[in-house]
Write a protein of this length. Structure first.
Lengths: 157, 409
Protein backbone atom coordinates (compact mmCIF):
# COMPACT_ATOMS: atom_id res chain seq x y z
CA UNK A 1 0.00 0.00 0.00
CA UNK A 2 1.46 3.28 -1.07
CA UNK A 3 1.40 6.10 1.50
CA UNK A 4 -0.78 8.99 0.40
CA UNK A 5 1.89 11.67 -0.34
CA UNK A 6 3.69 9.27 -2.68
CA UNK A 7 0.71 8.88 -4.99
CA UNK A 8 1.93 11.93 -6.93
CA UNK A 9 5.44 10.59 -7.55
CA UNK A 10 5.83 8.70 -10.79
CA UNK A 11 8.71 6.57 -9.52
CA UNK A 12 6.78 5.43 -6.48
CA UNK A 13 3.78 4.50 -8.61
CA UNK A 14 5.98 2.59 -11.03
CA UNK A 15 7.58 0.57 -8.22
CA UNK A 16 4.13 -0.04 -6.77
CA UNK A 17 2.93 -1.33 -10.12
CA UNK A 18 6.02 -3.51 -10.47
CA UNK A 19 5.68 -5.13 -7.06
CA UNK A 20 2.81 -4.19 -4.80
CA UNK A 21 4.54 -5.44 -1.64
CA UNK A 22 7.89 -3.81 -2.23
CA UNK A 23 7.25 -0.37 -0.71
CA UNK A 24 6.63 -0.52 3.00
CA UNK A 25 6.72 3.23 3.68
CA UNK A 26 8.10 6.40 2.21
CA UNK A 27 8.04 10.15 2.19
CA UNK A 28 8.57 13.13 -0.01
CA UNK A 29 10.41 15.66 2.06
CA UNK A 30 12.46 18.73 1.05
CA UNK A 31 12.08 17.74 -2.61
CA UNK A 32 13.63 14.35 -1.97
CA UNK A 33 11.84 11.08 -2.47
CA UNK A 34 12.50 8.27 0.00
CA UNK A 35 11.06 4.81 -0.52
CA UNK A 36 11.36 2.19 2.15
CA UNK A 37 11.76 -1.17 0.51
CA UNK A 38 11.25 -4.58 2.05
CA UNK A 39 14.82 -5.91 2.46
CA UNK A 40 14.08 -9.11 0.57
CA UNK A 41 13.03 -7.20 -2.53
CA UNK A 42 15.92 -4.77 -2.84
CA UNK A 43 17.66 -6.48 -5.75
CA UNK A 44 14.56 -6.84 -7.87
CA UNK A 45 13.49 -3.25 -7.18
CA UNK A 46 16.97 -1.94 -8.01
CA UNK A 47 17.01 -3.94 -11.20
CA UNK A 48 13.60 -2.58 -12.14
CA UNK A 49 14.66 1.00 -11.39
CA UNK A 50 17.88 0.65 -13.35
CA UNK A 51 16.65 -1.10 -16.47
CA UNK A 52 13.04 0.07 -16.66
CA UNK A 53 13.04 3.45 -14.93
CA UNK A 54 16.43 4.65 -16.25
CA UNK A 55 18.12 5.09 -12.88
CA UNK A 56 21.42 4.14 -14.44
CA UNK A 57 23.66 5.35 -11.68
CA UNK A 58 24.02 4.14 -8.14
CA UNK A 59 25.30 7.22 -6.43
CA UNK A 60 26.14 5.69 -3.09
CA UNK A 61 25.26 3.01 -0.58
CA UNK A 62 25.53 3.76 3.08
CA UNK A 63 23.89 2.95 6.39
CA UNK A 64 22.51 4.63 9.46
CA UNK A 65 22.59 3.06 12.90
CA UNK A 66 19.46 3.79 14.97
CA UNK A 67 20.76 2.04 18.08
CA UNK A 68 19.02 1.18 20.43
CA UNK A 69 15.84 1.34 18.32
CA UNK A 70 14.87 -1.83 16.48
CA UNK A 71 15.06 -2.47 13.54
CA UNK A 72 18.41 -1.00 14.17
CA UNK A 73 20.06 -0.47 10.79
CA UNK A 74 18.94 1.45 7.74
CA UNK A 75 20.79 0.62 4.54
CA UNK A 76 20.41 3.63 2.28
CA UNK A 77 20.81 3.65 -1.51
CA UNK A 78 20.92 6.84 -3.53
CA UNK A 79 20.01 6.37 -7.17
CA UNK A 80 20.38 8.86 -9.95
CA UNK A 81 18.72 9.03 -13.31
CA UNK A 82 20.54 11.18 -15.83
CA UNK A 83 17.75 10.99 -18.38
CA UNK A 84 14.99 12.07 -16.02
CA UNK A 85 17.32 14.28 -13.96
CA UNK A 86 15.91 12.77 -10.79
CA UNK A 87 17.15 11.14 -7.65
CA UNK A 88 15.55 8.59 -5.43
CA UNK A 89 16.56 7.24 -2.07
CA UNK A 90 15.84 3.64 -1.14
CA UNK A 91 15.96 2.48 2.40
CA UNK A 92 15.92 -0.99 3.92
CA UNK A 93 15.54 -1.55 7.63
CA UNK A 94 17.44 -4.44 9.19
CA UNK A 95 17.34 -5.90 12.65
CA UNK A 96 20.38 -5.51 14.88
CA UNK A 97 21.07 -9.21 15.41
CA UNK A 98 23.00 -10.50 12.41
CA UNK A 99 22.07 -7.84 9.84
CA UNK A 100 22.12 -9.35 6.36
CA UNK A 101 20.88 -8.07 3.03
CA UNK A 102 21.25 -9.16 -0.58
CA UNK A 103 24.03 -7.37 -2.46
CA UNK A 104 23.12 -5.18 -5.44
CA UNK A 105 26.47 -5.78 -7.16
CA UNK A 106 24.59 -7.88 -9.70
CA UNK A 107 22.77 -4.71 -10.77
CA UNK A 108 25.62 -2.19 -10.46
CA UNK A 109 29.17 -3.48 -10.35
CA UNK A 110 30.07 -0.24 -8.60
CA UNK A 111 28.13 -1.23 -5.50
CA UNK A 112 31.11 -3.42 -4.67
CA UNK A 113 33.19 -0.90 -2.74
CA UNK A 114 30.23 0.90 -1.24
CA UNK A 115 28.91 -2.31 0.25
CA UNK A 116 32.36 -3.26 1.44
CA UNK A 117 32.52 0.06 3.23
CA UNK A 118 29.16 -0.54 4.92
CA UNK A 119 30.28 -4.05 5.85
CA UNK A 120 33.51 -2.71 7.28
CA UNK A 121 32.13 0.21 9.27
CA UNK A 122 28.68 -1.12 10.24
CA UNK A 123 29.06 -4.87 10.16
CA UNK A 124 26.16 -5.43 7.80
CA UNK A 125 26.72 -8.49 5.62
CA UNK A 126 25.84 -8.52 1.94
CA UNK A 127 24.88 -11.86 0.46
CA UNK A 128 26.33 -12.84 -2.92
CA UNK A 129 28.88 -10.06 -2.76
CA UNK A 130 31.93 -11.02 -4.85
CA UNK A 131 34.58 -9.75 -2.46
CA UNK A 132 33.24 -8.95 1.00
CA UNK A 133 36.35 -7.83 2.88
CA UNK A 134 37.14 -4.84 5.04
CA UNK A 135 38.09 -1.84 2.96
CA UNK A 136 39.00 1.01 5.31
CA UNK A 137 40.09 -0.70 8.52
CA UNK A 138 42.88 -3.29 8.78
CA UNK A 139 41.77 -6.87 8.09
CA UNK A 140 42.24 -7.96 11.71
CA UNK A 141 40.29 -5.07 13.21
CA UNK A 142 37.67 -5.86 15.80
CA UNK A 143 34.34 -4.07 15.80
CA UNK A 144 32.64 -1.73 13.39
CA UNK A 145 33.51 1.91 14.02
CA UNK A 146 30.43 3.66 12.69
CA UNK A 147 28.06 1.76 14.95
CA UNK A 148 26.63 3.98 17.63
CA UNK A 149 27.77 1.65 20.40
CA UNK A 150 31.37 1.89 19.23
CA UNK A 151 33.25 4.41 21.39
CA UNK A 152 34.59 7.57 19.82
CA UNK A 153 37.81 7.58 21.87
CA UNK A 154 39.72 5.11 23.96
CA UNK A 155 42.44 2.54 23.65
CA UNK A 156 42.40 -1.12 22.93
CA UNK A 157 43.67 -3.25 25.82
CA UNK B 1 59.17 3.25 -13.67
CA UNK B 2 57.46 5.43 -16.20
CA UNK B 3 60.43 5.28 -18.60
CA UNK B 4 59.89 1.59 -19.17
CA UNK B 5 56.70 1.86 -21.18
CA UNK B 6 56.35 2.23 -24.88
CA UNK B 7 54.46 5.47 -25.34
CA UNK B 8 50.84 5.18 -26.27
CA UNK B 9 50.84 1.50 -26.98
CA UNK B 10 47.86 -0.44 -25.75
CA UNK B 11 48.24 -4.16 -25.55
CA UNK B 12 45.18 -6.28 -26.10
CA UNK B 13 43.61 -7.74 -23.01
CA UNK B 14 45.02 -11.09 -21.99
CA UNK B 15 42.48 -11.90 -19.35
CA UNK B 16 41.44 -15.31 -20.61
CA UNK B 17 44.91 -16.32 -21.63
CA UNK B 18 46.76 -18.28 -18.99
CA UNK B 19 50.49 -17.84 -19.44
CA UNK B 20 52.20 -21.00 -20.67
CA UNK B 21 54.24 -21.27 -17.51
CA UNK B 22 53.42 -19.71 -14.18
CA UNK B 23 56.97 -18.44 -13.92
CA UNK B 24 56.54 -15.16 -15.74
CA UNK B 25 53.76 -13.94 -13.52
CA UNK B 26 54.99 -11.36 -11.06
CA UNK B 27 53.25 -9.45 -8.32
CA UNK B 28 54.32 -5.87 -7.93
CA UNK B 29 53.31 -3.50 -5.18
CA UNK B 30 52.90 -0.01 -6.47
CA UNK B 31 52.71 2.17 -3.43
CA UNK B 32 51.78 2.89 -0.72
CA UNK B 33 54.72 5.23 -1.04
CA UNK B 34 54.89 5.56 -4.79
CA UNK B 35 55.05 9.23 -5.78
CA UNK B 36 52.64 8.90 -8.67
CA UNK B 37 49.83 7.47 -6.56
CA UNK B 38 49.16 10.90 -5.03
CA UNK B 39 48.75 9.98 -1.44
CA UNK B 40 48.81 6.63 0.14
CA UNK B 41 47.38 4.17 -2.32
CA UNK B 42 48.66 0.66 -2.81
CA UNK B 43 48.05 -1.01 -6.13
CA UNK B 44 48.70 -4.70 -6.20
CA UNK B 45 49.63 -5.44 -9.77
CA UNK B 46 49.92 -8.88 -11.28
CA UNK B 47 52.21 -8.67 -14.24
CA UNK B 48 53.17 -10.70 -17.22
CA UNK B 49 56.26 -8.88 -18.35
CA UNK B 50 55.03 -5.34 -18.50
CA UNK B 51 51.41 -6.19 -19.15
CA UNK B 52 49.00 -5.91 -16.27
CA UNK B 53 46.92 -9.02 -15.76
CA UNK B 54 45.22 -7.90 -12.61
CA UNK B 55 45.11 -4.74 -10.58
CA UNK B 56 43.83 -4.59 -7.03
CA UNK B 57 43.72 -1.24 -5.27
CA UNK B 58 44.20 -1.34 -1.53
CA UNK B 59 42.87 1.75 0.20
CA UNK B 60 42.25 2.85 3.76
CA UNK B 61 45.75 4.03 4.67
CA UNK B 62 44.39 7.55 5.20
CA UNK B 63 41.18 6.51 6.92
CA UNK B 64 40.73 8.91 9.81
CA UNK B 65 37.12 8.24 10.73
CA UNK B 66 35.88 11.63 9.67
CA UNK B 67 32.30 10.39 9.32
CA UNK B 68 32.40 9.21 12.93
CA UNK B 69 33.93 12.48 14.01
CA UNK B 70 30.99 14.40 12.54
CA UNK B 71 28.70 12.82 15.10
CA UNK B 72 30.45 14.39 18.08
CA UNK B 73 30.91 17.86 16.63
CA UNK B 74 28.13 20.35 16.49
CA UNK B 75 26.94 21.38 13.05
CA UNK B 76 29.06 24.49 12.70
CA UNK B 77 32.24 22.89 14.06
CA UNK B 78 31.91 20.06 11.58
CA UNK B 79 32.62 22.43 8.69
CA UNK B 80 36.29 22.16 9.56
CA UNK B 81 36.19 18.40 9.07
CA UNK B 82 35.03 18.72 5.49
CA UNK B 83 38.16 20.65 4.53
CA UNK B 84 40.31 17.77 5.50
CA UNK B 85 38.77 15.18 3.23
CA UNK B 86 39.53 16.49 -0.20
CA UNK B 87 42.41 18.72 0.73
CA UNK B 88 42.81 20.00 -2.80
CA UNK B 89 39.25 21.30 -2.97
CA UNK B 90 38.40 22.31 0.59
CA UNK B 91 35.89 24.99 -0.35
CA UNK B 92 33.87 22.61 -2.53
CA UNK B 93 33.50 20.33 0.46
CA UNK B 94 32.55 23.26 2.70
CA UNK B 95 29.92 24.25 0.20
CA UNK B 96 28.38 20.82 -0.12
CA UNK B 97 28.10 20.37 3.62
CA UNK B 98 26.78 23.87 4.28
CA UNK B 99 24.16 23.54 1.55
CA UNK B 100 23.00 20.24 3.00
CA UNK B 101 22.58 21.61 6.50
CA UNK B 102 21.00 24.80 5.19
CA UNK B 103 18.50 22.67 3.33
CA UNK B 104 17.62 20.94 6.58
CA UNK B 105 17.30 24.27 8.35
CA UNK B 106 15.41 25.87 5.48
CA UNK B 107 17.78 28.84 5.46
CA UNK B 108 17.76 31.49 2.79
CA UNK B 109 21.27 32.60 1.88
CA UNK B 110 21.67 36.22 0.72
CA UNK B 111 22.87 36.78 -2.87
CA UNK B 112 26.25 38.21 -2.01
CA UNK B 113 27.13 35.16 0.03
CA UNK B 114 25.93 32.87 -2.75
CA UNK B 115 27.96 34.64 -5.38
CA UNK B 116 31.07 34.77 -3.21
CA UNK B 117 30.64 31.05 -2.67
CA UNK B 118 30.42 30.45 -6.40
CA UNK B 119 33.47 32.56 -7.06
CA UNK B 120 35.60 30.89 -4.43
CA UNK B 121 34.42 27.41 -5.38
CA UNK B 122 35.45 28.06 -8.95
CA UNK B 123 38.82 29.31 -7.76
CA UNK B 124 39.02 26.06 -5.83
CA UNK B 125 38.31 24.17 -9.03
CA UNK B 126 41.17 26.03 -10.69
CA UNK B 127 43.40 25.29 -7.72
CA UNK B 128 42.57 21.61 -7.86
CA UNK B 129 42.92 21.34 -11.62
CA UNK B 130 46.28 23.11 -11.47
CA UNK B 131 47.62 20.62 -8.96
CA UNK B 132 46.19 17.82 -11.07
CA UNK B 133 47.78 19.15 -14.26
CA UNK B 134 51.14 19.77 -12.65
CA UNK B 135 51.42 16.39 -10.99
CA UNK B 136 49.89 14.50 -13.90
CA UNK B 137 52.45 16.04 -16.24
CA UNK B 138 55.32 15.40 -13.85
CA UNK B 139 54.32 11.73 -13.60
CA UNK B 140 54.48 11.42 -17.34
CA UNK B 141 57.78 13.25 -17.49
CA UNK B 142 57.02 16.90 -18.23
CA UNK B 143 58.70 18.61 -15.32
CA UNK B 144 58.27 22.24 -16.23
CA UNK B 145 54.46 22.29 -16.37
CA UNK B 146 54.42 21.65 -12.64
CA UNK B 147 56.34 24.84 -11.96
CA UNK B 148 54.04 26.90 -14.15
CA UNK B 149 50.94 25.47 -12.49
CA UNK B 150 52.18 26.08 -8.99
CA UNK B 151 52.90 29.70 -9.87
CA UNK B 152 49.20 30.30 -10.51
CA UNK B 153 48.17 28.09 -7.63
CA UNK B 154 50.14 30.33 -5.34
CA UNK B 155 48.07 33.32 -6.50
CA UNK B 156 44.87 31.42 -5.74
CA UNK B 157 46.08 30.38 -2.31
CA UNK B 158 46.94 34.00 -1.59
CA UNK B 159 43.39 34.96 -2.50
CA UNK B 160 42.10 32.30 -0.11
CA UNK B 161 44.40 33.60 2.56
CA UNK B 162 43.08 37.09 1.99
CA UNK B 163 39.50 35.92 2.47
CA UNK B 164 39.89 33.49 5.30
CA UNK B 165 43.34 33.83 6.78
CA UNK B 166 44.17 30.29 5.68
CA UNK B 167 45.76 29.00 2.53
CA UNK B 168 44.39 25.49 2.41
CA UNK B 169 42.04 24.53 5.23
CA UNK B 170 39.98 27.63 4.79
CA UNK B 171 36.60 26.63 6.32
CA UNK B 172 35.41 29.92 4.88
CA UNK B 173 31.85 28.88 4.15
CA UNK B 174 29.74 28.50 7.23
CA UNK B 175 26.21 27.38 7.76
CA UNK B 176 24.26 30.54 7.09
CA UNK B 177 26.77 32.33 4.90
CA UNK B 178 30.44 33.13 5.13
CA UNK B 179 32.84 33.02 8.04
CA UNK B 180 34.00 36.60 7.67
CA UNK B 181 33.10 39.64 5.70
CA UNK B 182 34.86 39.64 2.31
CA UNK B 183 38.08 41.61 2.85
CA UNK B 184 38.66 45.10 1.56
CA UNK B 185 40.30 45.18 -1.84
CA UNK B 186 39.56 41.59 -2.83
CA UNK B 187 38.16 42.78 -6.17
CA UNK B 188 41.53 44.08 -7.39
CA UNK B 189 43.27 40.92 -6.28
CA UNK B 190 40.83 38.61 -8.02
CA UNK B 191 40.66 40.84 -11.08
CA UNK B 192 44.41 40.83 -11.45
CA UNK B 193 44.30 37.05 -11.33
CA UNK B 194 41.45 36.35 -13.76
CA UNK B 195 42.72 38.90 -16.25
CA UNK B 196 45.95 37.02 -16.76
CA UNK B 197 44.78 33.50 -16.07
CA UNK B 198 43.46 32.61 -19.58
CA UNK B 199 46.87 33.50 -21.02
CA UNK B 200 48.47 31.21 -18.46
CA UNK B 201 46.25 28.36 -19.62
CA UNK B 202 47.54 29.11 -23.13
CA UNK B 203 51.03 28.64 -21.74
CA UNK B 204 50.21 25.21 -20.36
CA UNK B 205 48.65 24.29 -23.64
CA UNK B 206 51.77 25.46 -25.50
CA UNK B 207 53.76 23.04 -23.39
CA UNK B 208 51.48 20.05 -23.72
CA UNK B 209 48.65 20.09 -26.23
CA UNK B 210 50.77 19.47 -29.32
CA UNK B 211 53.68 17.93 -27.50
CA UNK B 212 54.54 14.66 -29.24
CA UNK B 213 55.62 12.85 -26.11
CA UNK B 214 52.53 14.01 -24.23
CA UNK B 215 50.26 12.84 -27.02
CA UNK B 216 52.13 9.57 -27.30
CA UNK B 217 51.73 8.88 -23.61
CA UNK B 218 48.08 9.90 -23.33
CA UNK B 219 46.17 9.40 -26.56
CA UNK B 220 44.33 6.10 -26.73
CA UNK B 221 45.39 5.28 -23.17
CA UNK B 222 43.08 4.54 -20.24
CA UNK B 223 39.97 3.88 -22.27
CA UNK B 224 36.92 2.55 -20.53
CA UNK B 225 33.46 2.13 -22.07
CA UNK B 226 30.91 4.67 -20.91
CA UNK B 227 28.48 2.01 -19.66
CA UNK B 228 31.20 0.56 -17.44
CA UNK B 229 32.00 3.99 -16.07
CA UNK B 230 28.38 4.65 -15.15
CA UNK B 231 28.16 1.21 -13.65
CA UNK B 232 31.28 1.65 -11.54
CA UNK B 233 30.33 5.03 -10.16
CA UNK B 234 32.63 7.29 -12.16
CA UNK B 235 31.60 10.95 -12.26
CA UNK B 236 32.92 14.33 -13.27
CA UNK B 237 35.42 15.18 -15.99
CA UNK B 238 35.96 11.49 -16.80
CA UNK B 239 32.33 11.10 -17.86
CA UNK B 240 32.46 14.33 -19.79
CA UNK B 241 35.56 13.12 -21.64
CA UNK B 242 33.45 10.14 -22.69
CA UNK B 243 30.87 12.40 -24.28
CA UNK B 244 28.27 12.55 -21.54
CA UNK B 245 27.25 16.09 -20.70
CA UNK B 246 26.62 15.80 -16.99
CA UNK B 247 27.40 18.52 -14.53
CA UNK B 248 25.52 19.15 -11.31
CA UNK B 249 26.04 22.86 -11.79
CA UNK B 250 23.78 22.69 -14.83
CA UNK B 251 21.53 19.73 -14.06
CA UNK B 252 20.81 20.43 -10.41
CA UNK B 253 21.84 24.08 -9.95
CA UNK B 254 22.72 25.20 -6.45
CA UNK B 255 23.99 28.43 -4.93
CA UNK B 256 22.73 30.49 -7.93
CA UNK B 257 24.86 28.71 -10.54
CA UNK B 258 21.87 29.07 -12.86
CA UNK B 259 22.60 32.81 -13.05
CA UNK B 260 26.03 32.24 -14.58
CA UNK B 261 26.84 31.74 -18.21
CA UNK B 262 29.28 28.92 -18.86
CA UNK B 263 29.72 25.85 -21.01
CA UNK B 264 30.16 22.25 -19.95
CA UNK B 265 33.00 20.97 -22.14
CA UNK B 266 32.83 17.43 -23.45
CA UNK B 267 34.98 15.18 -25.63
CA UNK B 268 34.18 11.83 -27.12
CA UNK B 269 37.58 10.13 -27.36
CA UNK B 270 37.37 8.92 -23.77
CA UNK B 271 41.10 8.59 -23.21
CA UNK B 272 43.65 10.28 -20.99
CA UNK B 273 44.21 12.98 -23.59
CA UNK B 274 40.48 13.78 -23.79
CA UNK B 275 40.32 14.09 -20.00
CA UNK B 276 43.22 16.49 -20.19
CA UNK B 277 41.38 18.56 -22.79
CA UNK B 278 38.17 18.58 -20.79
CA UNK B 279 39.91 19.80 -17.66
CA UNK B 280 41.85 22.46 -19.55
CA UNK B 281 38.59 23.75 -21.00
CA UNK B 282 36.99 23.62 -17.55
CA UNK B 283 39.72 25.89 -16.29
CA UNK B 284 38.82 28.45 -18.92
CA UNK B 285 35.14 28.15 -18.07
CA UNK B 286 35.82 28.50 -14.35
CA UNK B 287 37.81 31.64 -15.04
CA UNK B 288 34.77 32.92 -16.94
CA UNK B 289 32.54 32.24 -13.96
CA UNK B 290 34.95 33.97 -11.59
CA UNK B 291 34.97 36.97 -13.89
CA UNK B 292 31.18 37.11 -14.00
CA UNK B 293 31.01 36.82 -10.24
CA UNK B 294 33.52 39.60 -9.89
CA UNK B 295 31.69 41.93 -12.24
CA UNK B 296 28.15 41.20 -11.10
CA UNK B 297 28.73 40.74 -7.38
CA UNK B 298 25.52 41.80 -5.63
CA UNK B 299 25.77 43.97 -2.57
CA UNK B 300 24.00 43.34 0.69
CA UNK B 301 24.50 41.10 3.67
CA UNK B 302 26.96 38.23 3.55
CA UNK B 303 25.21 36.06 6.11
CA UNK B 304 21.67 34.90 6.51
CA UNK B 305 19.16 36.68 8.66
CA UNK B 306 18.86 33.84 11.14
CA UNK B 307 19.97 34.88 14.61
CA UNK B 308 19.51 31.36 15.98
CA UNK B 309 22.16 30.01 13.56
CA UNK B 310 24.49 32.83 12.59
CA UNK B 311 26.74 34.49 15.15
CA UNK B 312 25.74 38.11 15.80
CA UNK B 313 27.92 41.08 14.96
CA UNK B 314 30.43 42.07 17.57
CA UNK B 315 28.95 45.55 17.74
CA UNK B 316 25.46 44.26 18.43
CA UNK B 317 26.75 42.02 21.17
CA UNK B 318 28.04 45.05 23.03
CA UNK B 319 24.72 46.87 22.92
CA UNK B 320 21.96 44.26 22.72
CA UNK B 321 21.27 41.69 25.38
CA UNK B 322 19.52 39.39 22.93
CA UNK B 323 22.53 39.25 20.63
CA UNK B 324 24.72 38.36 23.56
CA UNK B 325 22.38 35.55 24.58
CA UNK B 326 22.28 34.15 21.06
CA UNK B 327 26.05 34.28 20.89
CA UNK B 328 26.35 32.42 24.15
CA UNK B 329 23.83 29.78 23.10
CA UNK B 330 25.35 29.19 19.68
CA UNK B 331 28.91 28.97 20.99
CA UNK B 332 28.18 26.75 23.97
CA UNK B 333 25.44 24.47 22.63
CA UNK B 334 25.32 24.99 18.91
CA UNK B 335 22.00 25.26 17.13
CA UNK B 336 19.37 22.60 16.75
CA UNK B 337 18.55 21.34 13.31
CA UNK B 338 15.06 20.00 12.51
CA UNK B 339 14.70 16.28 12.15
CA UNK B 340 15.07 14.90 8.66
CA UNK B 341 17.55 13.79 6.04
CA UNK B 342 18.91 15.37 2.89
CA UNK B 343 21.28 14.37 0.14
CA UNK B 344 22.86 17.47 -1.32
CA UNK B 345 24.96 17.10 -4.43
CA UNK B 346 27.45 19.56 -5.86
CA UNK B 347 29.96 19.34 -8.68
CA UNK B 348 33.39 19.18 -7.11
CA UNK B 349 36.47 19.40 -9.33
CA UNK B 350 36.54 15.60 -9.36
CA UNK B 351 32.87 14.89 -9.90
CA UNK B 352 29.74 14.31 -7.92
CA UNK B 353 30.18 15.23 -4.29
CA UNK B 354 27.17 14.39 -2.16
CA UNK B 355 26.49 15.00 1.49
CA UNK B 356 23.92 12.77 3.13
CA UNK B 357 23.09 14.45 6.42
CA UNK B 358 20.70 12.85 8.87
CA UNK B 359 19.44 14.96 11.74
CA UNK B 360 17.62 13.76 14.84
CA UNK B 361 16.72 17.26 15.97
CA UNK B 362 19.73 17.87 18.23
CA UNK B 363 22.73 20.13 17.80
CA UNK B 364 24.95 17.35 16.48
CA UNK B 365 24.57 15.57 13.13
CA UNK B 366 23.17 12.09 13.69
CA UNK B 367 24.99 10.76 10.68
CA UNK B 368 26.92 12.34 7.83
CA UNK B 369 27.88 10.30 4.83
CA UNK B 370 30.04 11.79 2.15
CA UNK B 371 29.52 10.49 -1.35
CA UNK B 372 32.97 11.42 -2.56
CA UNK B 373 33.88 11.47 -6.25
CA UNK B 374 37.38 10.03 -5.75
CA UNK B 375 36.00 6.81 -4.28
CA UNK B 376 33.87 5.99 -7.31
CA UNK B 377 36.54 7.11 -9.74
CA UNK B 378 39.22 4.99 -8.11
CA UNK B 379 36.96 1.97 -8.24
CA UNK B 380 37.14 2.12 -12.03
CA UNK B 381 40.95 2.03 -12.14
CA UNK B 382 41.32 -1.78 -12.31
CA UNK B 383 38.93 -1.99 -15.25
CA UNK B 384 40.83 0.82 -16.90
CA UNK B 385 44.34 -0.52 -16.57
CA UNK B 386 43.95 -4.29 -16.85
CA UNK B 387 45.52 -5.46 -20.07
CA UNK B 388 47.58 -2.33 -20.58
CA UNK B 389 51.21 -1.59 -19.85
CA UNK B 390 52.59 -0.61 -16.50
CA UNK B 391 53.52 2.86 -17.73
CA UNK B 392 49.90 3.40 -18.72
CA UNK B 393 48.87 2.88 -15.11
CA UNK B 394 50.65 6.10 -14.27
CA UNK B 395 48.87 7.98 -17.03
CA UNK B 396 45.58 6.29 -16.17
CA UNK B 397 45.53 7.05 -12.47
CA UNK B 398 46.75 10.56 -13.22
CA UNK B 399 43.76 11.13 -15.46
CA UNK B 400 41.40 9.78 -12.81
CA UNK B 401 42.43 12.62 -10.52
CA UNK B 402 41.60 11.16 -7.14
CA UNK B 403 42.71 12.42 -3.77
CA UNK B 404 43.32 9.73 -1.23
CA UNK B 405 42.18 11.86 1.67
CA UNK B 406 38.87 12.00 -0.14
CA UNK B 407 38.76 8.27 -0.86
CA UNK B 408 39.53 7.13 2.66
CA UNK B 409 37.93 9.93 4.69
Amino acid sequence: MLPEPLRERAVALAVEAFDADAITAGKYDRNELTLEIAPGKIVSVCGFLKYDQKFVRLSTVTAVDRYPVEPRFEVVYHLRSLERNERVRLKCRLRGADPVIESVTSVWAGANWYEREVFDLFGIRFLNHPDLRRIMMPDDWEGHPLRKDYPITGQRV
Amino acid sequence: MSELGIPGQVVEAVENEEPATGVRRMVLNMGPQHPSTHGVLRLKLELDGETILKCQPDIGYLHTGIEKEFEVKNYQQAVTLTDRCDYLAPLSNNLGYCLAVEKLLGLEIPPQAQWTRVMLTELTRLNSHLVWLGTHAIDIGAMSVFLYCFREREDILRIFEMFSGQRMMTSYFRIGGLALEPPRGWQQRVKRFVDVFPSRVDEYEDLLTNNRIWIGRTRGVGKLPLEDMLDLGVTGPMLRAAGLKVDARKNEPYSSYDKFDFEVPTRTENDVYARYQVRIEEMRQSARIVKQALEGMPSGPWKADAPHVVLPDREKMKTQMEALIYHFKIVTEGFRVPEGEVFQVIESPRGELGFYVVSDGTAHPYRVHMRVPSFGNLQAVPAMVQGTLIADVIAGIGSTDFVLGDVDR
